[in-house]
Design a protein around this ligand. Structure first.
Ligand SMILES: NC(=O)c1ccc[n+]([C@@H]2O[C@H](COP(=O)([O-])OP(=O)(O)OC[C@H]3O[C@@H](n4cnc5c(N)ncnc54)[C@H](OP(=O)(O)O)[C@@H]3O)[C@@H](O)[C@H]2O)c1
Length: 318
């Protein structure tokens, strides 16, 4: 496993990081622990989590996984999504951030979260207030690095400018969606991250499973998130995405690789990317994503894979 510096933090993170969104569902606790161990054996040192994953269960299971090796791993969590029916138990209000971090620390069974994300932007709250709340958590030692996910480039730049002006701990890394069929991040987010020397952990490198190759014509009716989860079914429902997946499968077959290995290696090879967040429901599924670390991806090969689908439109019409 290769290790990469996370932005300008001086922290070394594995070039593949393990997502824990499946911990608790569909992966039961034993399977989640097996995923954690396999990832550790492969050299992964960073584990991505969120309060909302399976109603807090992913954090609870991750907490039990890191018991005994807490100082050897980097763990993340996130705040934003509703955690109950209470209308104030959500969003990025200072009140919610302060209570959410306590709840996450408790579920994780630790005294600090290494990287703490605003899971989504909340434009009903002044950005100054969000950043001040995160800065207070850094000063209190409850989180080490603030981070943001799913923010637009202009909001990210605004967050950086405010943090610098007010002397707050600035977001150190981003978590955008990025895969062969969702390439919007290439237009503004990734160039911005490169220019600002921010860490980047792209999520859904397999498009929620689409690029594993199991949803092709030959295997119609495959079971998985895209057929079981309406939000994901809709997110990846565009028939053109299925064409890209089919082309990836033939390309991978010709070269003797699993399509998932190439899809993850392609994300990994973008110069602004620190490490893709890989996800799996069991260890068998995890293997091809782990094998991405061994793919000798070149700039030319990356171009060939990029050409399997359309490039995203430019940021401005011209
Ligand atoms: N910040 C955010 O908003 C956000 C959003 C999403 C995810 N994340 C993070 O990113 C991590 C990874 O995201 P993701 O789970 O969407 O990644 P992904 O790699 O795009 O999808 C992983 C899913 O694909 C399927 N899959 C994986 N390998 C496979 C294989 N070899 N054969 C067949 N199916 C396979 C599995 O789902 P099925 O078995 O159900 O098909 C697996 O759960 C998450 O765990 C989470 O930490 C963050």
């Amino acid at each position: 496993m290769e290790y990469r510096l996370l932005g300008t933090t001086g922290l070394n993170v594995s070039s593949l990081c393990m997502g824990t969104m499946s911990f608790g569902n569909p992966a039961d606790e034993d399977t989640s622990k097996a995923l954690f161990s396999r990832a550790r054996d492969a050299g992964i040192n960073t584990f991505d989590c969120a309060d909302v994953y399976n109603g807090g269960e992913a954090e609870r299971i991750l907490g039990r996984c890191i018991d005994g090796c807490r100082d050897e791993v980097i763990i993340t969590s996130k705040v934003f999504n509703p955690m109950s029916g209470d209308m104030n138990d959500r969003g990025l209000s200072r009140r919610h951030i302060v209570s959410a971090v306590e709840a996450s620390l408790k579920r994780l069974g630790t005294d600090r979260i290494d990287i703490y994300y605003a899971h989504l932007d909340d434009q009903s709250v002044r950005l100054e207030s969000v950043l001040r709340a995160f800065d207070d958590l850094v000063r209190a030692g409850k989180i080490i690095y603030p981070a943001i996910s799913n923010f637009s480039a202009w909001r990210t730049e605004k967050a950086l400018a405010i943090s610098r002006e007010l002397g707050y701990a600035a977001p150190e890394c981003l978590q955008p969606m990025y895969n062969l069929v969702k390439r919007q991040a290439e237009v503004e987010i990734l160039p911005m991250a490169g220019a600002e020397q921010l860490g980047v952990f792209p999520y859904s490198p397999l498009g929620g499973g689409l690029l594993s190759g199991k949803y092709t014509d030959e295997s119609k009716g495959a079971k998985g998130r895209l057929t079981e989860n309406r939000m994901y079914g809709k997110r990846y429902g565009n028939p053109e995405y299925y064409d890209v997946a089919a082309r990836l499968v033939s390309h991978a077959r010709e070269r003797g690789y699993h399509p998932a290995s190439l899809a993850v290696a392609w994300v990994m090879s973008h110069p602004a990317v620190t490490a893709p967040l890989i996800g799996a429901r069991d260890v068998e599924q995890l293997e091809p994503s782990l094998a991405a670390a061994e793919v000798p991806m070149t700039a030319e090969w990356r171009e060939e894979l990029s050409a399997l689908g359309p490039a995203p439109p430019t940021a401005t019409d011209r």
